[in-house]
Design a protein around this ligand. Structure first.
Ligand code: SPD
Length: 279
């Protein structure tokens, strides 16, 4: 029944999903966008042959990108999301009642259009009046915008290939910091330390000179090669392990994975990562 769709990692490892139907396949000005229906992971968004998110495990990625930052930042009134075209990240941001405005910058309108149409269960907050969705270049925005600074910035890009590669440049991270409030928190997806240790370390190396607190944390995302994924929490003032309890309790209730114990546990790193981080 159906065929197999494989994501290949540097020509040495493949993750394959059995496809029951290809729902969409098209090319934007930036990248190739597909939505496949799979037997094991439900509908999956694929960009340039890389699995981006699935109905089955998207909550593991989006909850972990968003909530550690949103429960520890001193204020969360203004939140900036760069990337995240499937809508899962802004969905989690907008569950926070204290968020007054969430600006989402996505370069590729096709990703949002296709996600709205084929992945409506992931992006459930497109109509929230607090969301300000702009189809512009994220790099250009953080480098040149005169907008007010943000309390939290979340980077939800692809892997560092194609149009998403620039989202891993140190000049981009520096420009993000320019848009962050002095006591703000930035969090980003930082690849797999198991499958892509070099990339993971590269991100850490670029962030450390910019922020006094740079803390990677780990969690499972089965759709991404090896299943071990990382995000990184950065700030100049705060502490990742000191959540605002009231804000955290309010969000734990409706979360599929995120809770107070997991928050603490995710920042506990295995030895191979701790040793590698002594750069
Ligand atoms: N290897 C794929 C990494 C993708 C990270 N971003 C996914 C976008 C989900 N909103």
């Amino acid at each position: 029944m159906g065929h197999w769709y494989d994501e290949t990692f540097e020509d040495h490892t493949r993750l394959g999903l059995r496809v029951s139907e290809t729902l969409f396949s098209g090319q934007s000005a930036y990248q190739h966008v597909e939505v496949i229906d799979t037997v094991g992971f439900g509908r999956v968004l694929v960009i340039d042959n890389v699995f981006m998110t699935s109905e089955y495990d998207e909550f593991l990625y989006h909850e972990m990108l968003v909530h550690p930052a949103l429960v520890t930042a001193p204020s969360v009134e203004r939140v900036l999301v760069i990337g995240g075209g499937d809508g899962g990240t802004v969905r989690e941001v907008l569950r926070h009642r204290d968020v007054k405005e969430c600006v989402m910058i996505e370069i590729d309108e096709l990703v949002v259009d296709v996600s709205k149409r084929y992945l409506p269960g992931i992006g459930t907050s497109w109509d929230d009046p607090r969301l300000d969705l702009r189809f512009i270049d994220g790099i250009d925005y953080v480098k040149n915008s005169d907008d007010e600074k943000y309390d939290v910035i979340l980077l939800d890009g692809t892997d560092p290939v194609g149009p998403g590669a620039v989202l891993f440049d140190d000049s981009f991270y520096r420009a993000c910091k320019r848009m962050l409030a002095e006591d703000g928190v930035m969090a980003l997806q930082s690849e797999s330390p198991l499958l892509m240790m070099d990339l993971f370390l590269d991100v850490q190396r670029k962030l450390r000179p910019l922020f006094s607190e740079v803390h990677p944390y780990l969690g499972p995302v089965p759709l991404y090669g090896t299943g071990t994924w990382s995000w990184t929490w950065c700030s100049d003032t705060g502490e990742p392990l000191r959540p605002v309890q009231e804000r955290q309790e309010a969000i734990v209730e409706g979360s599929k994975a995120y809770n107070a114990e997991l928050h603490q546990a995710m920042f506990a790193l295995p030895n191979y990562v701790k040793r590698a981080l002594k750069l």
